[in-house]
Structures are given as C-alpha cells and as structure tokens.
Design a binder for this molecule. Structure first.
Ligand code: PLP
Length: 485
C-alpha cells in the first residue's frame, strides 16, 4: 500500500511469518506520510509557492491526499500459542504505537483537545461492555450501564446552565457534533416549518444537520472576529418573518474561537417581531461552553434566557480518552422527539442507539477531581498562555489575533506543510491556529515559537516567498504582511 510504513508491517506471505521490527522506530515517519499532495502551482494570498492551490483554493482530493499507514490483519498460525511469537509481535507493535502516541501528543497544538488527564483509576472498568442505550433517565433491561454516573454529570451541567432538575433532559453524546445534530433536531421537531439560521463560521456539523434534516438554512455574515453579524441576522430574519426561526449560536467558533453575543441575538429576534414562542436557540458550546462560565465579563449561557439547548464536547476542555459530549435541553421540548421502544424497555430520544457507557464515568471522575474551582484555575491558565503566545508572535513580526473571550490564537499560516503537520496545526486559507488547552504549557509554546521563527527565516530567506496576508480573515489591524505592517 502506498505510504505504508514497514516498521509496523506484518509480512503477508503465505505462511504469515513476521518480520523482525527494526529498533530505530521513527514515529515522525507517520508525519511525512500525511503530507497532502499539492495540486496546482501558485501559492495563495501574497505568499510563496509552497502551498499549492488551484484557482486560489487548496484542493483536497478524496482518498488521495492522506496516505494512511496500514497494519494488516493476518490469521494466527496454529502453533502461535506454543511459540508465543504472535503475542510478542502484538506487544511489540503496541509498544511502538504507544511511543508514537506520546510523541504525537507532545507536538499537538492545533485542535481543541486537552491531552492531559489521568484515568488510571478507571482502568479496571475496561473489562466491561458498558452501554447506556436508550434514555438516561429510564433503566433499560441491559444491566451493564453507567446511568447513575451519566445522570450525575447531567445534573452538574444543568446546574451550570441554570435549569432545574425536573425541567431538563439531556444525555452524554458521542461528541459535539452529535450535540448539534440533536439540538437542531429538537428545534426542528418543535418548529417543523422553521428555518435554520447559522453564521457562516459555524461548525460544519450545523450545515450537515440542515442537509440531513432537509431544512431551509440561511447563512449569516460574520464580523472579522468570527462573531455573527447581528445586523445581517436581523435583515435576514425580516425576509422570512412568516416562518419560525431555529438559530445556532456559537459559544466559540471552530477557527477563530469567536463567541456570538447571545443577548444581542435574542434582542434582534425580538426586534424582528419573533415572540419567544416563535424561535428556538441551540447554543453550540463544543469547546467554550465549559470555559465561558469561568471567564470574567463573558456573556452568560443560561436557560433563564429563551434558549432551547446547549451542547459541549467532553473530550475538549475536560479531556477524555474517547470522544464524548454533553447535551442539555428542556424536558418539554424533548417530548416532541421521543418514542417508546419496547425492545429497549426505554424511550428513544437520542441520535445514537448504543451509547458509550465509559464516557460518563470519565466525565464524572474529572468533575469530582477538579470541581468548579479546578476548572476555573485551568481556564485562567489557558487564557494567560494564549495571551502570552499572541504577544510573542506579534513581537516576532507574525500577524496574530486572539478574541477577548478565547484561547484560540489565530496567526499567519506557516509556509511549510511539514511544519504544520509536525505541530498538528489546524489551517484554513491563509490562517492557522493554536488552541491553548490546559496541557499546553509556556515551555511548549516557547519550543513552538522558537521553531516557527527559525523556519520563517528559511522560508523567506531569498525573498521569493512572503508572509501571507491575513487582513481579510482577521482584519488589517492584526495583519503584519508587507502591505499591512
Ligand atoms: C464550534 C464547534 N462545534 C462543534 C464541533 C464538533 O465537535 P466534535 O469534534 O466533538 O464532534 C467543533 C469541533 O471542533 C467545534 O469547534
């Protein structure tokens, strides 16, 4: 297979013997394999030619850009148990994989995942197939579940977002995407004729929901910060006054970490003549839903306001070995969605059927270990470190932006995709970002900055390439390209 990496390959010849594994395992080899093919000839913006594009856009070709490594599966030999060869091979592969995971963890900055957690105490539970299928509040006939933990976690979040125990419904999802799919579905069930409004910088799952549910979807302009443009929102509402509004509000956009002004969104709905029984607001708090409550001067996310649901990812700020999330909505709304299922002896109101029963225990464990104050401390550390990174980038002459309520530092896209892959940066057009999570220390940021500055000197050495212009992404005041310095 193209790009497969022989250190991890099992010789698939007829007798299935295993190649000895070389000692000099180089986990960076994976990175090189993941460098996408460059299509086209010109760079974009005013930068150089290293990031190939076609018609000004980077092209991703399905199935061709990423050559993933492949660990072939081979059938065990009859005498494997006697020789112990297979067991030794498996142990060796896993040990090397573990080493590469540690290495990759050390060089991760671009995605909003807190990679610092210790769930060693829960290792004993790995032997159980814990599944919370069905409704968290109704015991199904399947007894190997963790509903008691799930409901404990949900109660904590309902309290955080100010909804009484007997007025909320929720569940632990597989991820923030599932929370969005659920929140928007509840909105659609409450208002089957409703139009979905979402800013153009909303996460792709919001538009996916619109496609899946065949909903009419109106995209709203954004400000340079990434926040929803509320004047444009009102103008678009006024064009569709005859239909109820289902609104996605971003509590931290994916790329720029922008927080939509919930109060202003509600005000614009009211000004446009939408009474509270004519709109449904879903708050997508995938990353920042759990950070915002601890940020001073931040707008408050609360069910005391006319909102319908809030979702957050569990593996992001909290940190978790498996993706997960939390979805909270009003009990009265979920009734529109749920159906009885005799086979489960439960009610079906979730997107998925089987549900990860380990995830609620991870969340419950961290909530207990860190508590409200622990999260508060970590949020402040993230914001402080994000400010440090942004300041150092600007000091080094690199255009950068940091929204006031965010720990997502946006800056000019590096000119070398290998550098991008080494640090696992998330890029879009001319910008890249680092999301400062609790595991991102100042030392790590110093290491990254040092390498970035050194590499930039090489990229721009002969004057053929120049830093990208990021003015149209984040505003000219944050851009330090040749034109805007
Ligand atoms: C704003 C926003 N919403 C939703 C999601 C999806 O979350 P998940 O990756 O947990 O599905 C993300 C992911 O980064 C996000 O940034």
């Amino acid at each position: 297979m193209v790009g497969s990496f022989d250190v991890l390959a099992l010789d698939s010849n007829i007798n299935g013997t295993m190649k000895p594994l070389p000692e000099d395992f180089n986990s960076m080899a994976f990175i090189r394999d993941h460098v996408p093919h460059i299509v086209g000839e010109n760079g974009i913006g005013n930068g150089g030619a290293q990031n190939g594009t076609e018609n000004g856009e980077r092209k991703i070709v399905l199935g061709r850009n990423f050559h993933t490594t492949c660990l072939e599966v081979t059938e065990p030999n009859i005498d494997d148990e006697v020789t112990g060869e297979r067991e030794a091979y498996m142990a060796s592969v896993l040990a090397r994989y573990r080493k590469s995971l540690s290495e990759r963890t050390n060089y991760h900055l671009g995605y909003p995942y807190n990679l610092d957690f210790d769930y060693g105490a829960l290792a004993q539970l790995q032997h159980f197939s814990i599944n919370n299928l069905g409704d968290p509040f109704i015991e199904s006939n399947y007894g190997v579940h963790s509903r008691q933990f799930e409901v404990g976690v949900l109660d904590w979040f309902a309290r955080l977002w100010e909804l009484e125990k007997d007025e909320y419904w929720g569940y632990i999802t597989n991820c923030g995407t599932e929370g969005n799919l659920h929140g928007i579905l509840v909105g659609r069930e409450v208002f089957p004729e409703g139009i979905l409004y979402a800013s153009q910088e909303s996460h792709y799952s919001v538009f996916k929901a619109a496609r899946m549910y065949r909903m009419e979807c109106v995209k709203i302009d954004t400000l340079c910060s990434g926040e929803i443009d509320c004047d444009n929102f009102k103008a678009k509402l006024l064009c569709h006054k005859d239909k109820p509004a289902i609104v996605n509000v971003n509590i931290g956009t994916t790329v720029k970490g922008a927080v939509d002004d919930l109060d202003l969104v509600i005000k614009k709905l009211e000004e446009a003549g939408f009474s509270h029984d004519r709109f449904y607001i879903h708050c997508d708090g995938a990353l920042f839903g759990l950070m915002l409550p601890f940020v001073k001067r931040a707008p408050k996310i609360s069910f005391k306001k006319p909102i319908g649901s809030v979702s957050v990812s569990g593996h992001k700020f909290v940190g978790c070995p498996t993706p997960c999330g939390v979805q909270i909505t009003r009990l009265e709304h979920v009734k529109a969605l749920s159906r009885n299922v005799e086979y489960l002896a439960s009610r079906d109101a979730t997107i998925m059927g089987s549900r990860n029963g380990h995830a609620p225990i991870f969340l419950w464990y961290t909530l207990n270990m860190k508590g409200y104050r622990g999260f508060q401390k970590e949020v402040h550390k993230c914001l402080r470190n994000a400010h440090y990174l942004k300041g150092r980038l600007v000091d080094a002459g690199i255009g950068a932006m940091l929204n006031e309520l965010s720990s997502t530092v946006v800056f000019e896209r590096p000119h070398d995709e290998e550098f991008v892959h080494k640090w696992q940066l998330a890029c879009q057009g001319n910008i890249a970002h680092v999301v400062v999570m609790p595991n991102v220390t100042m030392q790590k940021l110093d290491h990254f900055l040092h390498e970035l500055v050194q590499n930039r000197a090489l990229w721009f050495r002969d004057g053929k390439a120049r830093p990208y212009c990021i003015a149209s992404d984040v505003g000219h005041q944050h851009c330090l390209c040749a034109l805007h310095t």
